[in-house]
Ligand binder design. Structure first.
Ligand code: ADP
Ligand code: MG
Ligand code: MG
Length: 874
């Protein structure tokens, strides 16, 4: 079996086998771009390695050596040649890009003998020893597991000894000293020696790259980005080109468009006289690519041409690594550039306008999760801003939080419910869980393409980096600037769009819809079949929803209106009533309140359907906690002059609360079961709805109310309320002018199974997938998420949290069944979902495929749902 492919043999279509980096190196080679030659060991070989007890088979080894021999011929150099060796890089490369998560080793093939050969052949000992010390450090770290800081400390000392702060000024003798110190350090820390046999180096490096697939940060990254663990990584072996050979050499990273704004201009950074990882690691702060245009215009032009060629080829913005050796340009990597939502939209729109993409292709490229970012906040500029420093605007959006200086604390504080901002001198891939936990990230070193920036952008977190005015002391947990000091826990605000760092917690304001988003949404609307409604409980949310493009309200929860401070006492009065008279009195007070709520919503949704769900939660949710009442009672009784009437009042309340106590409220007296026991509550709500509809209609507003009965499990329940609604409609609107519908939530499995019976009384089914999921899986949501669900997810017993991503195989089957049965009996039946899943892209895809009429989600997720619905339809 072929497990090794040269760059000439591969192509972009072989991504699964060669990994993204390998496939693209091959594709660039085919396109005639200047790529140093090399070959790729397949992901299959990696998986085989894991299966076969972590052993590189002889067959694989032979294929590697063969490919290496061919590379030697092509380059006219020999691996391990003491008079001037072929040097190679051993680079990880997974199928799905995981920037910085796995390992790469450069300058492989150097040892005490070949380094001398390299020095004399290039007539540049300083360069040769620079390569060697880099190899020993990378090899020591990646293969032999010696922590980087050991090397950093030694490097720092060498620089001090030679009176410089800059790597590129260390003389050859300095590197020679460092090389010996590094070797000693490796012996001390790992108990092993840096291998002098170059074939040992190669074999160990390949194994280490295979194994880096399973390092903790790579695993976490995969989990976060839902990348399957079963892919494995490819390994790319490539002849070295050197950006560290002198001042006509360099290395850098460019994006063909700005990944923060999407503007169509070249964007990137470079360093002269440096090797690849210097730029991304943030050890030196690089120069903006614009200065390359000034300093080396021809080089810039060549780079620009190549980059644009790649962009046209891949029909998308590219993120490109390049190196210049003695004035000659080489491309070392290209991939689809990570970008934030704003940039994604702008790029998509402009690529369509430039004729590179069709609208459908552009829509497919939008990452729905990224749209969340757009609905991110910005600084309220009218506030007084105490600007402390300005760094690079690496990832837009604003964040306020309490300062923390290490990733673990960030994670802990986040768990404790705090908002944190992670400040680090620079971030490394080990900090990823801290970045995840924080509202935003701040670094004092590193450029726009540094690790912190890349990771933050990917997660849609605000990030300010390279903020050199700040001294961030992670050991002491302090940050200093302009004579001021901030400690752990102090509040700070970041503006990732401008790079400002602001003291204190600045008020933030919500974002608006950009022009590009409106264009994309327009395209999405042309394509999608699903209608998008909103879950909105009040006129303000209804207005926001409409602005975001809601085509109706799919769920208005009436109980939320009951919780308002002026209403709650009346609601309590209703619940506590001892007899019907008393309850009627309370309901009469509630009716006009409820009616005015409905009117407000109808006004906002003029011309669009509004689904109003009758009271759903168990009644005790409206009453104080028994323990609190007991305490209060106790306090009253122990007063010097106890007030009898008050005691009696509280005692009565306590009794009622106790009588309403349920062992399992989730399956208790809630939903339409309330309407069964207290029909006057539902009657009041329906009356209020019809009065509101009549009033609005009178004022020329088009009202399309839909009365939704929750938690129905049996057709007889719905029949009862259908009759009630019809009766009340006749009374309030004898001429039958008000259009209205009556329907039910399908959220009890029995309702789905008996849909053919229930549909007789229903004009619509709305799948309440939160409850339907709870009841189908038998998980109480509140208990599951806090307790056992994480175990299920970690052990991969479930693919996703079923409360986030619809369980299509289980819950989905019930939905399909109910839709089919319902439509068989009543073709005009309307169907939709209104659970949290209505705003989640995979679930939306399912709804489209099942032929539902609409999904309903929170107002802020509507743009996302519109695009997801379009993607499902393409
Ligand atoms: P990562 O996936 O972390 O970016 P890479 O394999 O791309 O790791 O390599 C890290 C750095 O080393 C990059 O800057 C890359 O351009 C550089 N590099 C890799 N191979 C070579 C090579 N053959 N010659 C010169 N530089 C290289
Ligand atoms: Mg790379
Ligand atoms: Mg429910």
């Amino acid at each position: 079996q072929k497990q090794v492919f040269s760059f000439q043999e591969g192509s972009a279509f072989m991504r699964n086998l060669l990994g993204g980096k390998g496939a693209n190196l091959a594709e660039m080679t085919r396109a005639g771009l200047p790529v140093p030659p090399g070959f790729t060991i397949t992901t299959e070989a990696c998986l085989t390695y894991f299966q076969q007890d972590h052993m590189i088979s002889d067959a694989l080894l032979r294929q590697i050596i063969d490919a290496l021999n061919r590379l030697e011929k092509e380059k006219g150099e020999r691996f391990g040649d003491e008079t001037g060796p072929l040097l190679i890089s051993v680079r990880s490369g997974s199928v799905t890009s995981m920037p910085g998560m796995m390992d790469t080793i450069l300058n492989l093939g150097l040892n005490d003998a070949t380094v001398a050969g390299l020095a004399s052949k290039t007539n540049n000992p300083r360069f040769a020893y620079d390569c060697y010390r880099r190899l020993i450090q990378m090899f020591g770290n990646v293969v032999l597991g010696v922590e980087s800081y050991h090397f950093e400390t030694l490097l720092h000392r060498i620089k001090q000894r030679h009176g410089t702060a800059r790597d590129q000024e260390v003389p050859a003798e300095g590197w020679l000293e460092l090389i010996e110190e590094y070797k000693m350090c490796i012996r001390k820390e790992s108990g092993r020696s840096f291998p002098q046999d170059v074939y040992d180096q190669l074999k160990m490096a390949v194994e280490a790259v295979f194994q880096s697939w399973n390092n903790p940060r790579a695993k976490l990254y995969r989990k976060l980005n839902r990348i399957p663990d079963s892919q494995g990584t490819a390994v790319n072996i490539q002849s070295m080109v050197f950006g560290n050979m002198g001042s006509d050499c360099g290395t850098g990273v460019v994006f063909t468009r700005n990944p923060s704004t999407g503007e169509n201009h070249f964007y990137g950074e470079y360093l002269m006289n440096a090797q690849g990882e210097d730029v991304v690691a943030g050890v030196r702060t690089p120069k903006p690519i614009a200065s390359l245009k000034q300093d080396h215009p021809e080089l810039y032009d060549r780079l620009y041409e190549a980059a644009k060629q790649l962009e046209r080829h891949y029909k998308d913005m590219q993120d490109i690594e390049f190196t210049v050796e003695k004035g000659k340009l080489y491309l070392l990597q290209t991939r689809t550039g990570k970008r934030n939502a704003q940039a994604a939209l702008r790029i998509a729109v402009e690529l369509v306008r430039e004729g590179l993409l069709s609208k459908e292709e552009a829509l497919q490229k939008i990452e729905v999760a990224h749209l969340d970012q757009l609905l991110h906040r910005g600084i309220d500029e009218s506030a007084v801003l105490d600007i402390v420093a300005a760094g690079l605007p690496a990832s837009p959006g604003s964040a306020a939080g309490q300062l923390v200086f290490d990733a673990d604390t960030a994670a802990e504080w986040k768990k404790a419910g705090k908002l944190v901002v992670l400040a680090r001198p620079e971030t490394t891939p080990e900090d990823i869980h801290g970045v995840m936990a924080s509202e935003g990230v701040l670094t004092s070193r590193g450029g726009m393409t540094s690790h912190a920036a890349v990771v933050a952008r990917g997660m849609g977190k605000p990030c300010v980096c390279g903020c050199e005015q700040l001294r961030i002391d992670a050991e002491e947990k302090r940050m200093m600037a302009g004579g001021r000091t901030w400690s752990e826990g102090d509040w700070i605000t970041l503006d990732g769009g401008t790079g400002r760092v602001i003291a204190g917690a600045v008020p933030l304001k919500e974002a608006e819809m950009t022009e590009e988003l409106l264009v994309i949404l327009q395209w999405a609307d042309e394509v999608r079949a699903l209608r998008i409604r909103a879950n909105a409980d009040n006129p303000v949310d209804a207005r926001i929803a409409r602005q975001f493009g809601a085509e109706g309200i799919g769920l208005c929860r009436t109980e939320h209106m009951f919780f308002a401070p002026d209403r709650l006492p009346v609601v309590q009065q209703m619940i506590l009533a001892d007899h019907d008279e008393e309850r009627k009195a309370a309901l009469e007070k509630l009716l006009p309140m409820q009616q005015s709520d409905f009117e407000g919503i109808f006004e906002e949704m003029d011309g669009l359907p509004v689904t109003i769900r009758l009271l759903d939660p168990p009644l005790h949710e409206f009453l104080p906690q028994a323990a609190d009442l007991q305490e209060k009672l106790h306090a009253l009784q122990s007063e010097p002059e106890p007030k009898e009437s008050e005691i009696e009042e509280v005692g009565r309340l306590l009794k009622k609360v106790q009588s309403l106590h349920e062992a399992n409220p989730m399956l208790g007296h809630r939903g339409c079961r309330l309407g069964i026991v207290f029909p006057e509550i539902y009657a009041m709500q329906i009356e209020a709805l019809f009065h509101a509809a009549a009033n609005c209609t009178g004022r020329g507003i088009a009202v399309l109310p839909e009365i939704m009965i929750p938690l129905v499990g049996h057709a007889s329940e719905l029949k009862l309320f259908r009759e009630l609604a019809d009766r009340l409609a006749k009374r309030i609107d004898p001429e039958g002018r008000l259009p209205y519908r009556v329907g039910t939530m399908i959220e009890v499995p029995r309702a789905a199974i008996t849909a053919h019976q229930i549909v007789e009384y229903a004009d619509f089914f709305s799948f309440g997938t939160n409850d339907l999921t709870q009841m189908t899986l038998g998980y109480s949501r509140d208990d599951a998420e806090g307790k056992f669900l994480t175990h299920y997810l970690e052990q991969k017993l479930l693919p996703d949290n079923p409360f986030q991503v619809l369980d299509t195989e289980g819950v989905g089957r019930l939905i399909e069944w109910a839709v089919r049965a319902g439509r068989n009996h009543k073709p005009e039946l309307k169907t939709g979902i209104c659970g949290e899943h209505g705003g989640e892209k995979e679930s939306i895809r399912f709804c489209h495929q099942t032929g539902l009429d609409y999904v309903s989600c929170s107002p802020y997720r509507i743009p996302l749902a519109r695009i997801a619905a379009a993607q499902a339809a393409i």
